[in-house]
Design a protein around this ligand. Sequence first.
Ligand code: PMP
Length: 290
Amino acid sequence: MAGLPFDDRDGFIWMDGEMRPWREAKTHILCHGLHYASAVFEGERLYNGKIFKSREHAARLIESGNILGMKIPLCIDEIETIKQDVIKENKLTDGYIRAFAWRGSEQMAISASVTKIHVAVAAWAWGAYFDAEKRDKGITLKTAVWHRPAPDCAPVQSKAAGLYMICTMSKHRVEAEGYDDALMLDYRGYVAEATSANFFAVKDGVLLTPTPDCFLNGITRQTVIALAGEMGVPVEERHIKPDELGGFDEIFLTGTAAEVTAVGRIDDHKYTVGPVTKKLREAYETLVRS
Ligand code: PMP
């Protein structure tokens, strides 16, 4: 359900070197980013006044730009300072940070090498991605029609705006059938991820997760793998076939927005929110607030 529109709020957004009143952070409609998806972005969460893995997100933003040939005109330290300024200006202690970059209006065709690279950082208060009731039972997923593209068909390691087109289409399609999110397979037919979160399964006490060779190796994913290691839960990274889904004991998703979200159903397979999911969710929630 839509809340307050994102272009009509109070507060401040940093854009191209200055803090602007929220409603005045604008770009022209003839800009390359809008027409050709030459845009990259980050999603980060702020907990108790601290951005979780802030530098890692700044580094990924720069790397996403580099993959697309868009040199972001800021270094990690500069991005860090801007994010802190944005949090302060908007008086936030908990919320979501969106740092992003896009090509400007100097060229309006495929070739865009002389376009200006614009950068902006916004932040707003934002609660759980999936509601609390679902948290206890686990969300429902349905296998998507769209597949994650091969590494030689798209810049799969970049958090590039264009890659989200198939996510939005997939999510709309399954939401219309009453599911919470779509499970996307990759170009080979292996289980890949949900539309904005990585995939984990538990079988006989072992944590399984797909090898991130054609989708984002999420910062939350890496954090949860490290937490599992600290807890002595064995982790296996490998290709997962859809016909294995019926044999798993627990399933959960990880992502900055989704955090650790239990899955209660995928297509016709049902799962309980089990001990490994609960333990890792608790450890993650403690870590982000520590
Ligand atoms: N995959 C996709 C497609 C995503 O959008 C996200 C969220 N950024 C993730 C995985 C998880 O990444 P992270 O844990 O770094 O937020």
